[in-house]
Ligand binder design. Sequence first.
Ligand code: F6R
Length: 501
Amino acid sequence: MCSQFQSETDTEIFAHLIQNALDKATVNSECDFIAVVQEALLPIEGNYALGILNVQYPDQLLFIRQGSPLIIGLGDDACFAASDIPAILSYTRRMLVLEDGDIAQLTRKGVLVYNSNGDEVQRPISTISWDPIRAEKGGYPHFMLKEIHEQPRAISDTLAGRLSSEQGRVYFETAFVPDDIILNIDRVLIIACGTSFHAGLTSCYDYERILGIPTSAEFASEFRYRNPILNDKTLVIAISQSGETADTLAAVDLAKQKGATVLSVCNMIESTIVRASDYVIYTHAGPEISVASTKAFVTQLVSLQLILLYIGKNRGILRKKELQTLTQDLLHLPTVASNLLSSEQQIQHIARRYAYAQNMLYLGRDIHYPLAMEGALKLKEISYIHAEAYPAGEMKHGPIALIDKDVPVFFIIHASSVREKVIANMEEIKARDGKIIALTLPQDEEVKRVADHVIEVPSISPHVDSILLSIPLQLFAYYVAVHRGTDVDQPRNLAKSVTVE
Ligand code: F6R
């Protein structure tokens, strides 16, 4: 007999299903209870992660996952369950990641894990090296500001032990894509969402320019709904801070079905996307708590550069001298990024001036266009100002109609062959009374003449400058949001891990 119930909350369905199954079954032991729970959840389609407590067995908690993340922390005299590592990092660094269909039984004695067949299994225990203090604010008013300031260290950590500047070589601590695949690929396809997508799009320019391999970036949320053409000569790079983004995960699965090799760039050890991929490069950003991604973004850019160098060397595209120079450029980043953070006060001042704008445009050409997209995303998500990014050359095809004295325009005009053309675009804005903030090279007198405000960013080399240019964009968005009094770390309607489609 099938009992009926009413509910307006989808999670309540689980409790009813389990209760129905318990009413029908003979439950004599804790093991029987686990089996009944597994059986009860069989008809459920979709993703979930559940914690289950039954009054008849008050000494145990069950945790079960399907598709959604769930980790178990192992303390000295306590166990923990959470959807991500930072949540329990101040209690323990020993973590166990459940597989889909696993059920974990937490009691005073410890943790037992059963697979979907009900067999007891051992899952590997990872020790997280992140310092729990790094998951706290450490004197900063917001996690976002702290994480912006942590970027020089995050870049160093992502490079640490991976580069030899004398040899011009890159080493990865995890198994990397083997040479026969690297030599065989004729295309790189980057899939990701949000800020991670912007990191991918930024890297496309260098992959094509330096490696000469056709490279494109796609929103994972779109990729899965068409019939993408890929094969075993496609290297798919899936980028995700959390490793749990549902659309990116689905895109990884689709790419694998189509025969592509999938390499993930991820910040979360043993996350679902990592486990679904063939290979992984970890970004060592450390825990990122603020919903707006900052240090994860720059470490994604750094990791994509490391992959570029590795492919360039192993395909024989980059010679030793070039590799040495590119490697040196990366190694300079932490120091230059640190110096750049000292221009914070000036950015704070400009941000205050434009904090009450209703709309803003971000413009750039070439590799600076995806950065403009990232700048606009940062601003809109934490300040709620409507901000749009356009390729500067597209202005005259429509958006220039928006320009007047109340629409500030943020230009990214840095070391690039299209600098002159961007200056012409700035003049067009100026002629329509638009206010211009320019992110530019030090002592660029021509830009200074046209722009209302200039934020100077030194250049190391065009292939790593994007990493530096990200920092003022983040600081500007942060200080605008602070002036507007929004909830910077937890903006409305947003979640840190987007585990639903
Ligand atoms: C924006 C932001 C989001 C994420 C996106 C993908 O600051 O954080 O746009 O980048 O939700 O998340 P991950 O990288 O975890 O797949």
